[in-house]
Design a protein around this ligand. Structure first.
Ligand code: AQP
Length: 332
């Protein structure tokens, strides 16, 4: 049976890119593979980003990320859901992989280059980010990784690290494959600049737990086809992020209606956005109600995380023993 692993950073409020790009797949794969699917709030990864690692906020964000995933449909009794820092073996395996990975390969990672360019002094944890990610996945010998396509290069490096370990120390790890969700591999930010990302700040994201009034304010102000200056101008939905969002939230009839309406100037941008908001509300309102219920019962969430960490450690322990033995560490 396949083993599934994926992680999500507690670097901010989860958004519709995380939801459609990854979290929905967590739920689907969780229903198929039960306790063979592991999901992790990667708080160790989060502290590679100094702007998102305020110690007064990190624990709360980790908790909120668990709430969001449970509200989105992940049942912690049926899958393994935990926080990365509660399973120290992630760091131990990461060190072994660090010693196998050339610095040059890490410096070539696009995400590293983009992020490092923002700092005067680059934290070395940022360079090691994909090595820790490889350890997250391979610690459970997972072969299936539901992610958005921004992670493709990191998954390729994970495969490379698995090959290298197997070559050096003998056949141990599978070469995992990324699984993408259909139609949502890279959800654009609501500011119209690149992919939606937590660390770009709330102005660029639509949070799945964000009040609906606030979401509407953002959608109302969001850019549309720049060529469509007047209401009577025909537009091109293919270059409009509102149309991208319709494909996520609206039914087929509505998608067709706004597609034709935009091309023929039969519908204005504000009405098109109102139609989108109907789909957003139908989708997110029940999820937000479930999240409220979970927030009102913090012991349930904490117990679920505690239990998840125990289950994860039980899977990781024999695999880590095998690694220690193969690497040659003295066993007492
Ligand atoms: N815009 C997106 N479209 C589709 N999938 C996405 N993912 C993230 N953004 C999009 C997928 O969500 C999972 C969790 O990734 P993450 O925690 O790294 O998400 P983020 O919002 O991208 O977070 P940050 O903190 O802002 O990270 P950076 O700055 O690194 O992008 C992953 O499977 C991801 O592919």
């Amino acid at each position: 049976m396949p083993r599934v692993f994926s992680g999500i950073q507690p670097t901010g409020a989860p958004h519709i890119g995380n939801y459609f790009g990854a979290m929905q797949n967590y739920v689907t794969l969780g229903e198929q593979f039960g306790k063979n699917s592991l999901y992790c709030v990667v708080d160790l990864h989060a502290i590679t980003n100094p702007a998102a690692s305020d110690p007064r906020e990190l624990a709360g964000r980790t908790f909120d990320m668990a709430v969001a995933n449970f509200a989105a449909g992940l049942d912690p009794a049926k899958v393994v859901f935990f926080a990365q820092s509660h399973v120290p073996e992630h760091q131990e395996l990461s060190w072994v992989f660090t010693c196998l990975t050339p610095v040059g390969e890490l410096e070539r990672m696009t995400q590293y280059k983009d992020k490092a360019a923002q700092y005067e002094s680059v934290p070395s944890g940022l360079l090691m980010y994909p090595v820790l990610m490889a350890a997250d996945i391979l610690l459970y010998k997972a072969d299936t990784v539901p992610v958005g396509d921004d992670q493709t290069q990191h998954i390729e490096l994970t495969r490379e690290i698995a090959r290298k370990f197997n070559h050096h120390y003998g056949e141990t790890f599978p070469e995992p494959k990324a699984v993408y969700s259909q139609g949502a591999v890279r959800v654009p930010g609501v500011d119209g600049h690149g992919k939606m990302s937590k660390s770009k700040g709330e102005a660029s994201t639509i949070g799945i737990l964000e009040p609906l009034g606030s979401i509407w304010q953002k959608l109302r102000a969001a850019p549309t086809d720049p060529q469509r200056v007047r209401r009577t101008d025909p537009g091109n939905p293919e270059v409009c992020l509102i149309f991208d969002y319709h494909k996520l939230f609206s039914d087929l009839d509505t998608i067709q209606l706004v597609d034709v309406g935009c091309r023929t100037a039969g519908i204005g941008c504000v009405d098109c956005k109102k139609k989108l908001m109907e789909g957003v509300t139908a989708h997110l309102e029940p999820l937000q109600e479930r999240a409220e219920g979970l927030r009102a019962d913090p012991d349930y969430v904490r117990d679920a995380l505690r239990q998840g960490a125990q289950e994860a450690r039980a899977i990781a322990a024999p695999i880590m023993d095998e690694v220690r033995h193969k690497v040659g560490f003295l066993k007492l």
